[in-house]
Design a protein around this ligand. Structure first.
Ligand code: SF4
Length: 231
């Protein structure tokens, strides 16, 4: 597995759990505001130091009494055919697994749920689905995104949907449209955009939405979901 990074502890990335984060290199989207170009752009991936899988598994063995789980994110983890085997190794070490995904691989998501290789799924909703090609700068298959939403909603695995709210990209009515797409969902988070590093440097100049604006977005989506929070 191509591991591009490891954050040894997080208290906020896995809902109500203490976890580490493992970052897998490679992504099929090119969101211009992406905070991790070194995990997305092939020329940057080549220059970025990789972590050996054995090193990561040894790290986990030493953290059995300190961590509940592992957040597996990217890049986009589901582009890797070997992901199920990787998750199996993590679960064999006794850890819960949270998967962060952009939802482009519904077949893989379905199989990970069926094989009980994930305990929590967080799927990004970039915005209203009709705009995905503009958001991701790729020829994204919207039917796959929609299918992943439905699989996650009806699966037994706990989950959340989430959107990073970005000025220049999102308008308040976008959140009503997102709400319609994920209608009935258990949990939805609006995340504030904080530009530190981005694929398109123009996004470094973008100031985040205010708390009042984020609260307005929350009101727009609340009628559609069971629980909605800003983080
Ligand atoms: S934001 Fe996520 S989905 Fe978009 S390019 Fe970056 S890693 Fe890929």
């Amino acid at each position: 597995m191509k591991i591009g990074g490891l954050e040894e502890i997080t208290l906020i990335d896995y809902y109500k759990k203490i976890a580490c984060i493992v970052f897998l290199s490679g992504c099929n989207f090119r969101c211009p505001w992406c905070y991790a170009p070194e995990l997305v752009i092939p020329s940057k991936i080549r220059k970025h130091p990789q972590i050996e899988e054995d090193f990561f598994l040894n790290f986990l063995r030493k953290r059995r009494d300190k961590l509940d789980g592992v957040v597996v994110c990217g890049g986009e983890p589901t582009i890797h055919k070997e992901l199920p085997f990787f998750l199996e190794k993590i679960k064999k070490e006794g850890f819960l697994v949270k998967l962060d995904t952009n939802g482009t691989n519904p077949k893989m998501i379905m199989s990970l749920i069926e094989e009980k290789l994930v305990d929590y799924i967080a799927m990004d909703i970039k915005g209203p689905l009709n705009n995905y090609k503009r958001y991701t700068l790729t020829d994204c298959n919207i039917a796959d995104i929609r299918e992943s939403i439905e699989i996650i909603k009806r699966g037994k695995t706990d989950y959340e949907f989430r959107t990073t709210a970005i000025p220049e990209i999102h308008k308040k009515d976008d959140f009503m449209e997102i709400g319609r797409e994920i209608s009935g969902a258990r949990r939805y988070f609006i995340q504030s955009f904080l530009a530190k590093k981005t694929i398109d440097k123009n996004f470094l100049k973008v100031n985040p939405f205010t708390k009042e604006e984020l609260t307005l977005f929350k009101k727009k989506i609340e009628p559609f979901v069971k629980n909605c929070e800003i983080r």
